[in-house]
Design a binder for this molecule. Structure first.
Ligand SMILES: [Zn+2]
Length: 245
């Protein structure tokens, strides 16, 4: 019997749309339909403009992730882990649906952070989002840090903000040390996340791209899957688990 296969998975917004969370860059995406909205989310605008921060807190309170449930795509990746085939689960999503589906937190690398924590931009204090939203509900429009009075923000990567080096390092390691790199529901246009595909290929891995729209990495892929993720991903995982049998 051959060595068990090791799979690194990268997920984007497309895996969460079945859970009711809108994507941003697809044909019906928030930013595709309203490119100006993207400008609101730069780190410079956020820090400079209290009005942007007020709107951002309202957006966080009303984010679809609060009421969303994991779907069959998330569940399939839990199966992949249980079968011992998952090297790491890299995600561009901030919705924590992988963890809520049952993926081990230590396997999940959140490239763009999480909506469920808040970080102080001055002292780095990290607190649960729910606590800060309770202050918003109580009438504070832009709740300052309880320790230092600094500006607070969701612990996510905004436009103009670099990814955390420790996170990039872990993601690169996972991309370079797998047999199969599976990109699911991501347009593969946002770097450095998209570049992980190239890193995996250069290290000798096969690439499978599963996305409704074409991506810049399709031509390098061993296989391109256009079918809906909710069906195609469980089928692919079943195949992989069977092959590892
Ligand atoms: Zn602070």
């Amino acid at each position: 019997m051959s060595e068990p296969m090791s799979v690194t998975v990268l997920t984007g917004a497309g895996i969460s749309t079945d859970s009711g969370i809108p994507d941003f860059r697809g044909p019906q995406g928030v930013w595709t339909k309203d490119p100006a909205a993207q400008e609101l989310y730069t780190i410079d605008n956020y820090l400079a403009d209290p009005g942007v921060r007020r709107r951002a807190w309202i957006g966080r309170r009303e984010h679809a992730a609060w009421d969303a449930c994991p779907n069959g795509g998330h569940a399939a990746l839990v199966e992949l882990e249980r079968a011992g085939l998952l090297r790491a689960l890299l995600t561009q999503n901030i919705d924590e649906l992988h963890q809520r589906a049952g993926s081990s937190p230590e396997k999940v690398i959140e490239l763009h952070g999480t909506l469920f924590h808040v970080v102080c931009m001055s002292c780095g204090l990290r607190t649960p989002m729910r606590e800060v939203l309770d202050r918003v509900d109580a009438g504070e429009e832009d709740p300052p840090c309880p320790e230092c009075g600094g500006i607070q923000k969701a612990d996510t990567i905004s436009f103009g903000q670099a990814l955390k080096p420790v996170v990039i390092h872990a993601a690169l390691e996972a991309a370079r040390s797998c047999d199969l790199f599976l990109a699911v529901g991501t347009s593969l246009t946002v770097h450095p996340a998209a570049g992980l595909c190239g890193e995996a290929i250069d290290a000798g891995a096969r690439l499978v791209v599963m996305n409704a729209q074409p991506t810049p990495y399709d031509e390098f892929a061993h296989e391109v899957v256009r079918e809906p993720i909710g069906e195609a991903l469980p089928a692919l995982v079943k195949e992989l688990v069977h092959a590892a049998g």
